[in-house]
Design a protein around this ligand. Structure first.
Ligand code: ZN
Ligand code: ZN
Length: 345
């Protein structure tokens, strides 16, 4: 068998063109003339195949990613390494000098091309809705027979904001808060998605207790579908966490809520108990943990501990708590009530 030679250059070759001539006649990289990248001009979200995604990436990262996706490298080029040299031609146009290096049938090969990169700046679905004052839900925070405390409303506001943030990060695009409005008797939280509204309302009820009423009404029609707007009315209960109350012949601190009950700790024995909604409405409010002051134990006997009145510094008797038994000299938290001095933990 006679050795074959390359028909183009005459060098020895196993079969047909030699590797070098083969490389010369092969396009090892093919580039599109232009790639487009769509980002939100407001929040920087990225549109990928028509879907907006909030991402923490730089424009350069996005361009690199698009080029790696769109530039085709010949399958016979082994260990290909793509490098990109980017130069800006204004705000929305870049020119990318793309170079690929690798091994083509054992020979080092290199090729380069120029790709125009066009940045399209639009407003993403979320930002469009925010700008368009769109909302699906309204969370109304009100009291039942009282105006909610400033601290409660402040906490409601903080909870709503942080839930909107975390729900958005978990993928609910329309989990945004359109507005938080102070209104007579409470606060209105206007939200982009019904789901977020329901989450906030439930969390508020879990935190503060009270009743939750959900109602929705038809507000129109969009793309052939009925559009509803849902109102979540959260009525905060009469009692707040930290309230010190008189009920069933004992003194209690309100320590929490669930949908139906108020949770209590006895300030006399440390026992835990619950109140129904109706009982909670009847309970006598003696004060609140917020009003307690620090004092010091002077002496104690079977029934009472003697403490210093936090204001007058006179020695007075407080109900002796059975579950924690402060020693003389120990600092304690004391609340002066119509039913005597009460020690808090
Ligand atoms: Zn050849
Ligand atoms: Zn956006």
């Amino acid at each position: 068998m006679k050795p074959s030679i390359c028909p183009r250059c005459g060098q020895p070759s196993d079969e047909g063109l030699c590797e070098r001539c083969l490389l010369q006649s092969t396009e090892i990289m093919s580039c599109p003339p232009q790639v487009e990248i769509t980002v939100c001009s407001v929040c920087g979200s990225v549109s990928r195949e028509g879907h907006w995604q909030a991402e923490d990436v730089t424009l350069e990262d996005l361009i690199n990613e698009a080029l790696h996706r769109e530039v085709r490298v010949h399958a016979d080029l082994k260990k290909p390494v793509l490098s990109v040299d980017l130069s800006s031609r204004g705000d929305t146009i870049y020119v990318a000098e793309v170079t690929v290096r690798g091994l083509f049938k054992g020979i080092e090969a290199e090729d380069s091309c120029q790709v125009r990169v066009k940045i399209l700046r639009h407003s993403c679905d979320r930002c469009s809705r925010i700008a368009g004052k769109y909302f699906e839900g309204l969370v109304q925070v009100r009291g039942s027979d009282r105006i909610p405390e400033k601290a409660e409303l402040e906490m409601a506001r903080e909870m709503a904001l942080s839930m909107a943030d975390s729900t958005f990060k978990r993928g609910d695009t329309f989990a945004f808060i359109q507005e938080i409005k102070d209104v007579r008797g409470g606060v209105d939280i206007i939200v982009g998605s019904t789901t977020l509204g329901r989450q906030i309302a439930k969390a508020l009820q879990q935190r503060f207790g009270g009743r939750l009423l959900e109602s929705r009404k038809l507000v129109g029609c969009k793309d052939g579908r009925d559009v509803y707007r849902t109102t979540f009315l959260v009525r905060l209960p009469r009692l707040c966490r930290g309230d010190v109350i008189w009920a069933r012949g004992d003194i209690w601190e309100v320590v929490g809520f669930d949908v139906k009950r108020t949770y209590l700790n006895s300030l006399r024995t440390g026992a835990r108990s619950t109140l129904s909604d109706d009982d909670a409405e009847q309970a006598e409010i003696l004060g609140s943990r917020d009003g307690a002051k620090s004092s010091v134990v002077v002496a104690r006997d079977d029934k009472v501990v003697e403490i210093l009145d936090p204001q007058s510094f006179e020695t007075v008797a407080a109900i002796r708590p059975l579950h924690h038994d402060p020693e003389p000299g120990q600092e304690v938290l004391v609340l002066k009530t119509d039913r005597g001095y009460v020690l808090l933990r």
